[in-house]
Design a protein around this ligand. Sequence first.
Ligand SMILES: Nc1nc2c(ncn2[C@@H]2O[C@H](COP(=O)(O)OP(=O)(O)OP(=O)(O)O)[C@@H](O)[C@H]2O)c(=O)[nH]1
Length: 612
Amino acid sequence: MLKYIFKNSITSFHLLSKYQISIDKIRNFCIIAHIDHGKSTLADRFLEITGTISKGKHEQYLDKLEVEKERGITVKAQSAAMFYTVNGIEYLYNLIDTPGHVDFTYEVSRSMRACEGAILLIDATQGIQAQTLSNYILAKKQNLKIIPVINKIDMTSANTDSVIQQLVEKFDMNPNEIFKVSAKKGTGVTDLLNNIVTLIPPPQDHKELKCFLIDSWYARDKGVVLLILMKGGYLKKGDQILSCAFKKKYDIFEVGIQSPENVPQEKLEPGQVGYVITNMKASNEARIGDTFRHPLSKTLPEAGFEQVKPLVYCGIYPEDPDDYAELNKSIFKLALTDPAVIIQKESSAALGNGYRCGFLGVLHMDVFRERLENEYNLSVLLTSPSVPYKAILRNGKEVMVENAIMAPDAAIIKHYEQPMAIATIMCPEEYSATIFQLCDARNGRLVDQEKYDKQDRFIFKFPLNEIIQDLFDKIKSATKGYGSLEYEFCGFEKANIVKLVIHLMEDPVDALSFMVPEERAHQLGKKICQRLKENIPQHLFVVSIQAKVGGKVIAAEKIGSTGKNVTAKCYGGDYTRKKKLLDRQKEGKKRMREVGRVTVRKDTFISVFKDD
Ligand SMILES: Nc1nc2c(ncn2[C@@H]2O[C@H](COP(=O)(O)OP(=O)(O)OP(=O)(O)O)[C@@H](O)[C@H]2O)c(=O)[nH]1
């Protein structure tokens, strides 16, 4: 603790003495790239060279979340302010490190709104990949100045010249303007830092107080923290701001910059990215993309962010139903840091009270679960992920079915439509045949293809359902890690979708109801029945498991009875042994859940969906 205060007070002094940095000395930029091309490593070098953190020991410093450290990936954009002197003039660089995985693209486009420039990093051993392409297009759309940087030039397998050629051919870049660095060793990084001043323009000053909300999170000691871009004006402790979205006023308690930890400042100035602590109590009042202004000003709000559409839904339930109140508090606090998650209350006869949540992909969903467990100490249970289907009713109306339980009665449905996605897959040419087989097996239709040096780029149209589960992993393993995938939703198409319901002892299990393509129903029903048979313990009676579509049994299994009860052998007199057995049984019961007349382990619903 002492160490922290000491470090912080020194930093504060250092920064406070420099807060009057004028807007023309500010550069706001992000690092964008395909997954694992070295964004966080480059951010580490920037932080070290500018003296923002001490040299050495730091790896992926801005990946602060436990889940990021554990998985070695960035899932949340993180900003860091750095002071850097070029030709005797001191500049304030505000850097945003962004995630690379397709599920977190929303974080990238959000970050870009706070920047005038982007460093587009390309791995010298891999060249342009699916996310390189999509990030390049995103940055272009936002009119950012793009600085191309080839990374990992220290590696023996680096193919720098070929990557330069790709950038020239595909992005029309000038070869003399492409930087070559090793983020790991630091080679070329100082040169890159020095050039940012001339390559990226400073932000513009909108003169009047205007704060654009780019991120927010919940801190135990401070409450809701807002990360804002100062589009204009000054902000200091004691001021008041008004939210344009909610027309509510807030008192400013503290302002500061992240350098990279929170460092309080006397005031925030035009062009700066900084954090603000107010008396805001409810986390849903911090709407990312909102504009805050002076309460009496008439200044118009900035355009907000497009509402993202979830591509994958699942139910989230507390493992222990008694933890529902705790889950209720935590899930919204966590969602504050992740506006791409959509949350609605739901309840299930099998699982109790919980939430129906929408995510941008299965990794996004899994990371959210892990963060609930790591950061809020909750044990949660997730139902199988599914995509949203559209039911076209006989009366012409349309109903979105995000959960099979909510599907309208089959008698009133004319047909279903399923969500489709356009996927860009890139791989070295020797893996193209394998990729074709893989995509064919998942109902992918080739739309376009192109050569990128020795790489092939394919555009396929898929039912979204075929992509979300594990296509990314399958492409990775089929191409020894060299293949990449990027996809986006592209509308709905008519499809034969049915509702598959699992019954235990003739009772339908709501947590085991699914909307599936008709041709997959039998295979899935059979698999779930088998998995349930392996996972449900024996009972005193025979347990029947059935998969039904439209009331017709399409697969079934039976679990034979034990024919005995746990204390049957403990004749009346042996009290201690009987108690021990009952205690053990009680302990076991904590891990169990009643589903109708059948007792299942809490993780049964998860285990039935695990891949082979
Ligand atoms: N040899 C070498 N390895 C590097 C270099 N830059 C990054 N790496 C390694 O590449 C891997 C990925 O680096 P990260 O910085 O985590 O990549 P990232 O782009 O931030 O990853 P995501 O945020 O998950 O997309 C790590 O093992 C790094 O040590 C480099 O210049 N040379």
